[in-house]
Design a protein around this ligand. Structure first.
Ligand code: ZN
Ligand code: ZN
Length: 764
């Protein structure tokens, strides 16, 4: 007879880990206890040696599907005999915390949901130890019902029996409930609830109306995705003319009817995280054009909350569409609504009916959006299902830090030693409501992760709301240059600790010299960076307007290249008329409302205007995205031939400038000579990747560094990404790219956090 005290570290809370241990102990006739310690699970196992070994083996080999065991430490102990094996109340201990993300409904629960003999038949909140809400209902750790928003719903006798019986799937499942004791759905502003509410919502969808539905991490706005009128109306109400809507499709079969799906994409689509996956539309599907206008792709997800499944399938005899638009329920610029109060105030005028429920959402979590590249997910928005899983670095940094993140697509990040926990998506910080949501979420995440940051990291920009928020926290502030933070996030994600040549291409970021940066080549590592190159600077005229109106960038660069002839050329290319060109030139000459910029995002916008693809954008990235789609019409893979350019870079003593003006000049001339738009769009991508590669080559020969890291929102453009990676690898570079951290501004908090942690380490 021996006793071992075993500690299991990793994601072992809220995933049925204690019940699993208890079942294994019973099987092996072990006595003792198991408890949650907040950051780990502690087991006291008493029995013969073989049985204890059996348990250790099972912990590593048979752990529940949703758990992730990172470490098992065991030590011998002398303890009086236990009578049996039991799960004991959670106690709090300090340490590394792993909070489980929310988990999409599992197959067993789905089967029970539609089994008319099951006591949870059609129960909109069905869940078990393997599925259901986690992060979004959690108040604090350790994960127990009393510390979640399920605290308000005492279990009925039948549920309590399952909760206490190790033989059931709901043993120790914190959010367990049923039709008798669980939360309830209802229509906001009426006394219609339960079945009648779901039927009313389904009827509204069928009739082409727009509804709001409260899910796991917030509200969605929803309507039939095969009803052009309904989708157009939603666009009009939301004032969102072109930006694609995500869709929720009934099942995999429907998804395959609508989209081309590779086996890897299928796995991602039906995995427990249930992200929105960007997929190529098929011809002849039922999705109407307005869902994702002028776009070969569409963001698709499968239902992950039971209430969403019920919108597709119910016992009321109504046949609802199998494709639904499911877009975040928020007012433009504001965070996703999570309470009835928010929803009534902010989105009730976008919809005809609001289906809500009384299980409170503690932390917002938008849907995760991911693309697919190189056999892996390529994250666009990392949120529900992924947050707050930490990034683990092999290097142990000092102290605890909070990184407040960027101004657009904000998410923040908490760092503790070698673990970095990115938050769910928060939103764009121009809106005060989002700033408030950020402050609230920071407080909640710090509490959950028991973090007490010693410093806060933020951007350099003097006017950002995130910077003000960081400065108000009363902690030492560490400012991190935007494009440097992008590259740091990429090397941290890859757990790479050496020097890299960072290619940081995005829309906008404040440079050390007060100009706008965004097409940068940085030689850097965790401790700092040197700016060794960029695209050729141009004058960005028109302030904020120039970010939306690419023709202004086009006219400005054309003016710099062709001088007075620029007006003629702009008119011939339909960029703008001579009068507008003159006004713009006068502004740039006198530097009125004009700044020097090396923004690659703006360069793409400008080229989009020059090629007659988009003169302006109704949403961020529209002009550059359509430029990419044009190029893909010409060729995607295998790469097509094109005429190379002689001079790719202007070399400086240390560093390099990309000859982007020469590239634009060539595009203008070729377009004037009547060349095909898709071909020119393709050549722009190809020649730009040639330039990036040549520039990296020059930096390698000066520095000896042969690892490149590609980051920044422009690398959401997969054509540019593919071409650049292929060229760099051909030249013998090792190339680091993103996968689970977004290349866009949603990812920079991780970079800010590792830099701040490095500074703390140095100062200690
Ligand atoms: Zn389940
Ligand atoms: Zn119950």
């Amino acid at each position: 007879m021996k006793t071992e005290i075993i500690r299991v570290y990793g994601i072992v809370q809220g995933v049925g880990f204690r019940p699993f241990v208890s079942r294994e102990a019973d099987r092996l006739s072990l006595a003792g206890t198991v408890s949650n310690k907040g950051s780990y699970v502690e087991i006291h196992a008493q029995g013969d040696e073989k049985a204890v070994d059996g348990l250790l083996k099972a912990l590593k080999g048979n752990a529940p599907e949703r758990s992730e065991v990172l470490d098992v430490i065991s030590a011998h102990a002398d303890e009086p005999p236990y009578a049996g094996f039991e799960i004991i109340e959670s106690e709090k201990e300090q340490g590394d915390i792993f909070v489980s993300p929310d988990i999409g409904i599992c197959d067993k629960c789905k089967a029970e949901l539609f089994d008319s003999s099951d006591r949870r038949y059609l129960h909109p909140f069905i869940n078990c130890t393997q599925c259901g809400p986690r992060l979004t209902i959690l108040d604090s750790m350790p994960y127990d019902r009393v510390r979640t928003s399920m605290n308000e719903f005492p279990m009925c006798e039948s549920c309590a029996k399952e909760y206490e019986n190790p033989e059931t799937r709901r043993y120790d499942a914190q959010p367990v409930c049923c039709n008798d004791c669980g939360p309830e759905v209802y229509l906001i502003g009426t006394d219609i609830k339960g079945k009648a509410a779901i039927t009313a919502a389904r009827k509204a969808i069928k009739e082409g109306k727009i509804i709001a539905v409260k899910g796991i991490g917030g509200f969605h706005l929803c309507c039939s995705a095969s009803d052009e009128q309904a989708v157009k109306r939603l666009r009009k109400l939301k004032n969102r003319p072109m930006k694609p809507f995500a869709v929720m499709l009934k099942d995999m079969e429907t998804a395959k009817r609508e989209c081309a799906i590779s086996p890897e994409q299928e796995t991602l689509l039906c995995g427990w995280q249930k992200p929105i996956v960007l997929l190529k539309k098929k011809k002849g599907g039922k999705l109407c054009e307005s869902v994702a206008p002028d776009n070969p792709n569409v963001g698709v997800m499968l239902p992950y909350a039971p209430v969403q499944l019920l919108l597709f399938n119910y016992d009321d005899g109504i046949k609802t569409p199998d494709c639904l638009v499911m877009t975040s329920g928020n007012a433009s610029g504001a965070p996703i609504c999570r309470s009835d109060e928010d929803a009534v105030k902010e989105i009730s005028h976008f919809c005809d009916l609001m289906l809500s429920h009384n299980r409170k959402i503690r932390l917002r979590a938008d849907d995760t959006v991911t693309d697919f590249w190189g056999g892996r997910p390529y994250m666009i928005r990392r949120s529900r299902g992924f947050a707050p899983l930490p990034i683990m670095l092999s290097e142990n940094f000092g102290g605890q830090v909070l990184a407040i993140g960027g101004e657009l697509k904000n998410s923040f990040c908490i760092g503790k030693k070698n673990l970095f926990y990115p938050s769910p998506y928060v939103g764009d910080m121009a809106d005060i409501r989002t700033v408030n949501a950020l402050k609230e979420s920071v407080g909640r995440m710090c509490e959950l992760l028991e973090a007490a940051p010693a410093a806060v990291a933020c951007d350099l920009h003097p006017k950002y709301n995130t910077v003000t928020a960081a400065e108000e926290m009363g902690l030492p502030v560490i400012k991190v240059q935007h494009h440097f933070a992008h590259i740091l996030s990429c090397i941290a994600e890859n757990d790479y600790s050496g020097k890299v040549i960072g290619v940081s291409f995005d829309g906008t970021g404040y440079g050390e010299d007060g100009t706008i940066w965004g097409g940068e080549l940085l030689l850097c590592d965790y401790s700092g960076y040197e700016r060794l190159g960029s695209i050729r600077p141009f004058i960005q005229a028109g302030g904020d307007l120039s970010a939306k109106e690419g023709w202004r960038i086009a006219a400005s660069i054309i003016g710099e290249i062709f001088g007075e002839q620029g007006g003629d050329i702009c008119e011939k290319l339909s960029v703008c008329d001579k009068k507008n060109f003159k006004v713009l030139s006068a502004m740039t000459d006198r530097r009125i409302n004009s700044v020097i910029s090396t923004s690659a995002g703006r360069l793409f916008d400008g080229v989009s205007a020059i090629l007659g693809i988009r003169k302006a954008s109704t949403f961020e990235g529209e002009a550059s995205m359509t430029l990419q789609f044009e190029a893909q019409k010409y060729s995607e893979e295998p790469f097509a031939d094109y005429e190379p350019m002689e001079k790719l870079t202007a070399q400086k003593e240390t560093g390099v400038t990309l000859c982007t003006h020469a590239l634009v000049k060539r595009l203008c001339e070729n377009r004037l000579s009547g060349r095909d738009t898709p071909q020119l769009a393709y050549e722009f991508h190809a020649l730009l990747s040639d330039m990036i590669t040549a520039a990296c080559d020059k930096i390698r020969s000066d520095s000896g560094v042969s690892v490149c890291a590609l980051s920044g929102g422009v690398f959401q453009n997969k054509l540019l990404l593919k071409m650049t990676v292929a060229r760099l690898e051909k030249q013998g570079f090792k190339v680091l790219t993103h996968s689970l951290i977004p290349p866009n501004d949603g990812g920079i908090a991780l970079g800010q956090a590792v830099y701040a942690a490095k500074i703390l380490e140095r100062n200690n």
